[in-house]
Design a protein around this ligand. Structure first.
Ligand code: RUB
Length: 322
C-alpha cells in the first residue's frame, strides 16, 4: 500500500517499546536512523506517496513510548528536511537530514560533556540514577581532563539500568559502589553531586526522568548535595510552552511482579484487590534542581524557557504534521 511501513522501521519500533533500545538520546538516534531507512527502502512512485510513507513511519515510531520528547523532536526535525519535487530528491534530502540529526546529536553530547565536566572537581564522588548517556558524557570529559572520580550507582528498579551505568564506569576505570535504590539517602552523605539525565524538560524547568529521580533530588536538597541534570536541548519539550503537560509512561506490571512471583502476593488467581503500578518516570520540580547542563551552557532550571523559545519558537502539533 501507499503507506507501507518498512519492516526495519517496525523492528526499531518494537525494540524501543521493549526497551532493547532505550534512553532518550539513543531512542532519538534510532528513530532518525529508522526514517532514513524508510526513505532508502521506499517503493513510492509519487512524491505524495513518499511523504505518506515517511509520515506513517514517523507515527509508528512515535507511538512506542510517550515520555521522552527527544523522540518527537527527532521525527519532526527529520520530516522537516524532506524536500524535493521528485522521489529521488525527497529520498536524498530525507537521508541527509537524518544523518545531520545524528551527527548533531553526537556533537551536542560531546559539547554538553565538556561543560558538565567543569562542575566536577578532582576527587569528587558522583551519585547516579538510571543510565544516561548525557550524564556519562560529563564524567567521561572530566576523566579526559585528568580528574579522578568515584561513583555511587543506584541499581534503578525495576529494569536495573544502574548496571549499564556501573559497567560503563568500570570500563573507564572509575571505582563504583553499587547500591539498591532504598540506600540512596544514606549514601548522599558521601556524594559531592547527584548527576542524572532527563527524558523531557518542561518550560517551568521541571525535569522528567526515571522514576525515583524526584525523591533523590528532594533528599539531596535536604543534605545540601547539588543536583545536576545533563540534558541536550533535544530533551526540551516545546509543547509545554503552550501549557501542555508531559505524559508519564506506565509500563507493564510484569516488570515489577513477574508472573511466576504473582502467587507470592495474590490470594487467588483472580485477585481483584491487588493492583501493581509501574510508572517509568517522575517529575522533579525546578526548586530541587541546581543546574541543567546543555550543549549551550548550564542554566538554572527557571531560565530554561528562554532557551526553549530561542530554539523552538512556537512549535506545537504532532511531528508528522510538519
Ligand atoms: C532512561 C532515563 C534516562 C534518560 C536520559 O529511561 O530515564 O535518564 O532517558 O538518558 P528508560 P540519555 O531506561 O526507561 O528509557 O542521557 O541517554 O538520553
Amino acid at each position: 500500500s501507499g503507506t507501507a511501513v518498512d519492516p526495519a522501521v517496525l523492528e526499531t519500533a518494537d525494540d524501543i517499546a521493549s526497551m532493547e533500545i532505550r534512553g532518550a538520546a539513543t531512542i532519538a538516534d534510532a528513530a532518525a536512523a529508522a526514517l532514513a531507512t524508510q526513505a532508502r527502502h521506499s517503493s513510492a512512485e509519487t512524491p505524495a506517496a513518499f511523504r505518506d510513507q515517511l509520515r506513517a513511519a514517523a507515527k509508528t515510531l512515535y507511538e512506542t513510548r510517550p515520555t521522552a520528547v527527544s523522540l518527537p523532536n527527532a521525527l519532526r526535525f527529520v520530516l522537516r528536511g524532506m524536500d524535493g519535487e521528485i522521489v529521488p530528491e525527497l529520498r536524498e534530502s530525507t537521508v541527509a537530514r537524518a544523518e545531520t540529526f545524528r551527527s548533531d546529536l553526537e556533537q551536542a553530547q560531546t559539547n554538553l560533556g565538556e561543560i558538565g565536566a567543569n562542575r566536577l572537581r578532582d576527587g569528587d564522588v558522583v551519585l547516579t540514577h538510571c543510565h544516561s548517556t548525557d550524564a556519562l558524557a560529563c564524567i567521561e570529559a572530566a576523566l579526559e581532563d585528568g580528574k579522578s572520580l568515584e561513583a555511587i550507582v543506584k541499581e534503578t528498579r525495576p529494569r536495573k539500568q544502574g548496571h549499564i551505568t556501573a559497567r560503563q564506569l568500570r570500563e573507564w576505570g572509575v571505582p563504583v559502589t553499587l547500591i539498591v535504590d532504598n540506600a540512596a539517602r544514606r549514601y548522599l552523605d558521601e556524594a559531592d553531586h547527584v548527576l542524572v539525565g532527563a527524558d523531557s524538560i518542561a518550560a517551568d524547568g521541571s525535569v522528567i526522568n526515571k522514576i525515583g529521580t524526584s525523591g533523590l533530588a528532594v533528599n539531596a536538597r535536604e543534605r545540601g548535595v547539588p543536583v545536576m541534570v545533563a540534558a541536550q536541548t533535544i530533551k526540551l519539550h516545546p509543547d509545554t510552552m503552550t501549557g501542555h503537560t508531559i505524559e508519564i509512561e506506565n509500563r507493564d506490571e510484569d516488570e515489577v511482579l513477574p508472573p511466576e512471583e504473582r502467587t507470592d502476593v495474590a490470594v487467588d488467581s483472580a485477585d481483584d484487590g491487588l493492583t501493581v503500578e509501574n510508572p517509568a518516570f517522575d517529575v522533579t520540580p525546578p526548586r530541587h534542581v541546581d543546574a541543567i547542563v546543555t550543549e549551550h551552557g548550564q542554566f538554572p532550571p527557571e531560565s530554561i524557557v528562554t532557551l526553549m523559545r530561542e530554539l523552538f519558537g512556537e512549535t506545537t502539533g504532532e511531528p508528522w504534521e510538519v
